[in-house]
Design a binder for this molecule. Structure first.
Ligand code: HAM
Length: 433
């Protein structure tokens, strides 16, 4: 990707007088080269959300810290270590949004949306802030498109939400995408299972370091996510929640799987899939792309049937997902979509006096929806063609004195170099093809 990614740039670059300023560590600029593809990701997602009946919601960039403490949960890395928390001048504790679900549910509760026809379907496009160790595909500010459907416990909704996200990846042509599916069970499943897991772990304490023991105390399920090989080995043999689901959770799971089968969506069940937030219940899922390195998740989500209540609303089920825009763009590098031309045409006028004559023609092309750039200073044909090609133009439209006298332009295909004469009145049609 074009923008400077985190790890390379120095902290405090500005404070060392005279040093060139740089974006804060772990953040990045989106440069023009990347913008077209990024916008395409957003456009495809928005179009999908609208076709599935979701309306956009915009919430503040920061919330009362309490929203995330209660919503995301105190046992999570996000709340324990990764939030950008600050006090405002009146001493309130506020945090930059590390994720989108808790704020959307907070808004659902605050505005009494449980009184609207259910489920309420909302989508968002927003930056998220997490103080994580930067690496390729992991930033301290990243953007997500996400969707939340609040107010239905139907397992068919789980499958529909997954189909929505799957469709976004398909339309975009994100390569190497696969879907993993798990279940966090309901409280009836999780309580007894947790007990079972802790008993198992207590039999393997010698393999657990302090950090693992702390996790075991806070949320033992999270140990399935460990990077420590010794702990991973212990977890290999651990009992799995999928084998201890309550009858209700098991029935829910089977309905989701059945609906995904009917929709022709391929998945792999993963009994070790634990997502990083405490609010999840029942279905959890993650899409990964094998075109990415360690940070391979291009989107994920799940059910959160207790979250509305945790934030002070009436008991209301919900499900949703978030998908990382930078990761999707990264995964798409080198694809046909990424290489698609950024401009439909570059208009090169060879004669100074004709330049103003051609302006209305260029405006007509733009009014017809064509992405058009035109040379407004005089330059040599060769220089203009170089410029057109560096801008990623599909065609060049070349007009000299002779063409203008005949009411035509020379249209050059920038890939093949083929040229032909086209009447100025036919340009829109010719260039739209
Ligand atoms: P999440 O899995 O933490 O879920 O994030 C969703 C997606 O955002 C990830 O799959 C990944 O593509 C991207 N992402 C996460 N962290 C970073 C990062 N540091 N740098 C770049 N990309 C990142 C959530 O946030 C939940 N709110 C999703 C959800 C919605 N669950 C239910 N509803």
């Amino acid at each position: 990707m074009g923008g400077a990614a985190g790890p390379a740039e120095a902290d405090g670059a500005l404070s060392q007088g005279g040093r060139r300023a740089a974006a804060p560590r772990g953040t990045r600029d989106v440069l023009p080269e990347e913008s077209r593809l990024r916008q395409r990701v957003i456009d495809v997602a928005r179009d999908a959300f609208e076709r599935y009946g979701y309306a956009r919601i915009v919430t503040p960039t920061f919330e009362e810290t309490e929203v995330f403490v209660r919503g995301v949960g105190t046992s999570t890395d996000v709340v324990r270590k990764e939030m950008y928390t600050f006090e405002d001048q009146a001493g309130r504790s506020l945090s930059l949004r590390p994720e989108g679900t808790a704020p959307v549910v907070r808004a659902f509760v605050q505005h009494g949306m449980h009184k609207r026809p259910q489920p309420v379907k909302l989508w968002y496009l927003a930056p998220m802030f997490r103080y994580e160790a930067p690496q390729a595909g992991r930033y301290r500010e990243h953007w997500q498109v996400g969707a939340e459907a609040i107010g239905s416990d139907s397992p068919l909704l789980d499958a529909e939400v997954i189909a929505l996200l799957d469709g976004i990846y398909r339309t975009l042509g994100v390569p190497g995408v696969s879907l993993r599916l798990g279940s966090m069970g309901d409280p009836e499943s999780r309580g007894p299972y947790r007990q079972l897991l802790v008993e198992y772990l207590e039999g393997h304490l010698s393999a657990l370091d302090d950090d693992a023991r702390e996790r075991m105390r806070l949320n033992p399920l999270r140990l399935f996510d460990t990077k420590d090989p010794r702990v991973a080995e212990v977890m290999e043999g651990a009992p799995r929640l999928l084998d201890h689901l309550s009858p209700a959770a098991q029935a829910h799971r089977e309905s989701v799987l059945g609906a995904l089968d009917r929709l022709g969506i391929a998945y792999e069940e993963d009994s070790t899939l634990v997502r990083g937030f405490d609010y999840y219940t029942m279905t959890v899922f993650e899409f990964t792309s094998d075109h990415l390195g360690a940070q391979s998740a291009v989107g994920g989500g799940g059910r959160y049937d207790g979250l509305v209540e945790a934030l002070g609303g009436p008991p209301t089920p919900g499900i949703g997902f978030g998908a990382g825009i930078e990761r999707i763009v990264l995964a798409m590098e080198g694809t046909e979509e990424a290489g698609a031309p950024a401009l439909d045409c570059f208009v090169a006028v060879l004669d100074d006096a004709l330049r103003v004559e051609m302006m209305p023609v260029v405006e007509r092309l733009r009014a017809a929806g064509l992405r058009c750039e035109s040379e407004l200073r005089g330059r040599s044909l060769k220089a203009m063609m170089r410029h057109a090609s560096s801008l990623g133009a599909r065609h060049a439209v070349i007009v000299g004195e002779r063409e203008h006298a005949d009411g035509v332009a020379t249209v050059r295909d920038m890939d093949s170099g083929e040229q032909r004469q086209v009447p100025l009145g036919d340009l829109v049609e010719e260039l739209s093809g």
